[in-house]
Ligand binder design. Structure first.
Ligand SMILES: [Zn+2]
Ligand SMILES: [Zn+2]
Length: 259
């Protein structure tokens, strides 16, 4: 790997390691570009408490300044980019974007982990095995609405929505979804954490459709510890996965700040 744009840190409360731990591992592994996209702060409409699996809003400044410092310190060995993995919830989106712009964030990837609104969420999780096609409908609509805002560099784990129903139904939603991603010029991610964690994604069924639609594809380590940047077997599996489907992933992306 020469570039990865999906790196977490201890700040999200469920990953290990400081920013510098990841930087040093990336340099040791020969990366040229390391993009941090830790789980963004999330504000809610009604709930007063913070989300428990992200950095808190007041921690964003420290995240950005730490990464800016490391960028200077390691300028000769690695290109560091400062991003966030964010969700799309319409009611709080513009307020969040203003705070990211103020903080100096350079890019966003979309990782949609809930359908509807997280704070009022009840029912099954996005990765529960269900056959209800309405969930496919709602997921694809919400993601596309978010991507149409123009704020996102790519879509992380596009296939996180788990659907255990038949292929025809899946395709009926996912083909138009992928075709729209092509129009929006949004790449989709083959997620390494899904591979190493034996999750239901990356989904071959999804990526066959993405290939048919002509989607751009990128790799994302989704590193929750520094060692994940050094998992060569996972990378080999990801490359074999793409080769099997005739997909050629893009190694590097141009980042144009949306802020
Ligand atoms: Zn995470
Ligand atoms: Zn994610």
């Amino acid at each position: 790997m020469t570039a990865n744009y999906h790196t977490h840190t201890f700040r999200c409360r469920h990953a290990d390691g400081t920013e510098e731990d990841y930087v040093r591992t990336a340099i040791g592994e020969g990366y040229e570009i390391l993009g941090f996209a830790d789980h963004s702060p999330q504000i809610f409409r009604y709930r007063k408490e913070y989300s428990g699996f992200r950095m808190y809003p007041e921690e964003l400044e420290g995240y950005v300044s730490t990464l800016s410092g490391l960028r200077e310190k390691y300028a000769d060995s690695l290109r560091i980019r400062i991003g966030l993995e964010a969700e799309y919830y319409p009611y709080t989106f513009s307020e969040l974007m203003e705070s990211f712009a103020r903080a100096g964030v350079e890019y966003l990837i979309m990782g949609q982990h809930f359908i509807g609104e997280e704070e009022v969420y009840s029912g099954s999780g996005i990765d529960d095995p269900v056959r209800d096609e309405e969930r496919l409908h709602r997921y694809t609509e919400q993601v596309l609405e978010g991507l149409r805002t123009g704020y996102f560099l790519y879509l992380a784990h596009p296939d996180v929505i788990r659907f255990d129903g038949d292929d025809d139904t899946y395709r009926r939603y996912m083909l138009p979804f992928c075709q729209e991603l092509v129009k929006l010029d949004i790449p989709v991610e083959v997620n390494f954490l899904g591979i190493s964690g034996h999750r239901h994604y990356p989904s071959e069924r999804f990526f066959r459709i993405a290939k048919e639609a002509g989607c751009r594809v990128v790799f994302g380590v989704d590193a929750h510890n520094a060692q994940a940047l050094a998992l060569r077997e996972t990378e080999a599996e990801a490359r074999a996965f793409c080769a099997r489907l005739g997909i050629v992933p893009e190694e590097k992306l141009d980042i144009v700040s949306p802020f």
